[in-house]
Write a protein that binds this ligand. Structure first.
Ligand code: G6P
Length: 495
């Protein structure tokens, strides 16, 4: 807020994302239909929500909840968070066909597997691409409608909106458009298989700033532009000049709010431990391992089950003394790849429970349900170790949330080397999820780690997340935006 007031006075901040921060659904209640409020499982939402709250901005998103239309005013807006309104959520309505082609089709069957190395083949359909273009146009119309003047700061989020920056630039040439790509960017060889690669790059190059989590993904993006677009690249400044305009390409590692609001109302670690153990029927001497994510094939859930199996085979002393609580929020469940994963995970968990279950205790509890942020933090606080074993991940905020939840400085984090977070949280046990033996060895190390070592690792990781929190992430993007605006003004004044 201070950066906005000092460096960008009077600027209006507009966030655009596909997923909305608050979803209203109609559910069956004792007295008929009731409206239920859901905060979705999305790293993007958990990072941007505190920022939008802090700067009283406008958030434009797809209104996907079954009761969303009942809660908005005539302008399709609602003030949120519901308990302490501080910003405007403006919902955009999409037809079923639009949602299918743009979100399920092009974004999640095309771009998502294209950008993640998980060996799932991307599907590119011309009809999805056409819908993706049309939906990006629809969001551009909404941005223009919501802009109070010619010069808003528009924060475009993620792979659902690759074409939006250019569309905004054409209609609001003086806007600052900061686009953040929350997922990895592939190397130029992989990117080249996208039939509409030039159009996607052209769209993104409408941005003033394009942000990724890591320098590596920035480099991949710059290489893709270099290979497919007529542009001038100044590598030292990471600046791309294209079509008479310059875009900066920078790494801004995303993070979480510090201290997390969830901790304000949660009971002590000891109470969380007791409550979670009671809820899942775990004996006191059973170590609790947790995994928290959307049920997605990039998250390495099957790989961690393999590691568990290997651990039980080589260290049978853990049989009956270790449970993995896998919280797997349902996601994109109508797509074949996700349905298949759901079945495989449950089948594998059942098999492990048959082989290694003892006296009613199960080694794997697969809970494929949505959990509130409060419930998730309770689980983090109850755990002896947390597994983040993504095959590929932009950042992964679960790793940072787990660390933030442990103000008792206890617990061990196992973290995939293929998640952006592993470049910051060096005190985690860093693993390669493809290497089952290594993962099982790391599990053994985590389960037997002395308290003093847990404490010193956790303390260091907490300092890192505290210092590099989400306000710093947003602040550095906004500072770069302010510098760009000043430079533009100076150039205009001297021209
Ligand atoms: C990832 C993406 C986000 C997305 C989230 C949840 O974090 O980068 O854009 O919102 O997953 O996925 P969903 O498809 O349910 O919005």
């Amino acid at each position: 807020r201070k950066i906005l007031a000092d460096e960008l006075p009077g600027a209006q901040v507009i966030v655009v994302s596909n997923r909305e921060p608050y979803i209203h659904n109609l559910v069956d209640g004792p007295d008929g239909d009731e409206v239920e409020l859901v905060v979705p499982a999305s790293g993007l939402v958990s990072a941007l929500e505190p920022i939008t709250r802090a700067c009283n901005g406008t958030w434009i998103a797809y209104g996907g909840g079954s009761a969303d239309h009942l809660t908005v005013g005539a302008d399709d807006s609602i003030q949120v968070p519901p308990d302490r309104p501080s910003y405007t959520l403006r919902r955009v309505w999409l037809s079923e066909e639009e949602h299918e082609g743009y979100y399920l089709g092009f974004a999640n069957e095309g771009l998502w597997p294209l950008c993640h190395i998980a060996f799932t083949r991307p599907v590119f359909r011309t009809s999805d691409w056409e819908t993706y273009q049309a939906v990006n146009r629809k969001f551009a119309d909404t941005v223009v409608k919501e802009a109070r003047n010619e010069r808003p700061i528009v924060l475009v989020q993620d792979y659902h909106f690759a074409l939006l920056p250019r569309m905004i630039r054409e209609r609001l040439p003086e806007a600052i458009v900061i686009t953040f790509w929350h997922i990895p960017w592939p190397n130029s060889e992989v990117f080249s298989i996208c039939p509409w690669r030039e159009a996607i790059l052209d769209g993104l190059l409408g941005s003033s700033i394009i942000g990724f989590h890591t320098q590596f993904h920035c480099n991949n993006f710059i290489e893709s532009v270099d290979r497919f677009m007529e542009s001038r690249i100044e590598r030292e400044d990471a600046a791309i000049s294209y079509g008479g305009q310059t875009s900066l390409v920078h790494a801004y590692p995303i993070s979480i709010e510090w201290p997390p609001v969830q901790l304000e109302t949660l009971p002590s670690v000891a109470e969380c431990r007791r409550d979670v153990r009671e809820k899942y029927g775990l004996a006191d001497d059973v170590k609790l391992c947790v995994g928290v994510e959307r049920l997605d094939y990039t998250k390495g859930i099957l790989d961690r089950l393999r590691a568990l199996e290997d651990l039980f085979e080589r260290h049978p002393e853990w049989i009956g003394r270790l449970t993995l609580l896998q919280v797997a929020a349902p996601s994109r469940g109508t797509l074949p790849a996700y349905r298949q994963l759901y079945e495989e995970c449950h089948r594998y968990a059942d098999e492990l429970n048959r082989r290694f279950g003892r006296n009613g205790s199960k080694p794997v509890l697969m809970v494929a349900e949505h959990h509130s942020q409060r419930q998730v933090y309770e689980v983090y606080r109850a755990a002896d170790l947390c597994l983040v074993t993504s095959l590929h991940d932009g950042m992964n905020l679960v790793a940072k949330e787990f660390v933030a939840a442990r103000d008792d400085e206890r617990g061990v984090l196992l973290l995939s080397t293929f998640a952006g977070a592993s470049k910051e949280l060096l005190e985690a046990l860093i693993v390669n999820p493809y290497d089952v033996t290594m993962m099982a060895d790391a599990l053994q190390q985590a389960l037997t780690m002395p308290e003093q070592e847990q404490r010193s690792r956790m303390r260091r990781m907490r300092e890192i997340v505290r210092d590099n929190n989400v306000y710093r992430w947003a602040g550095s993007m906004l500072l770069d935006a302010a510098r760009l605006r000043k430079r533009g003004e100076m150039e205009r004044a001297t021209a």
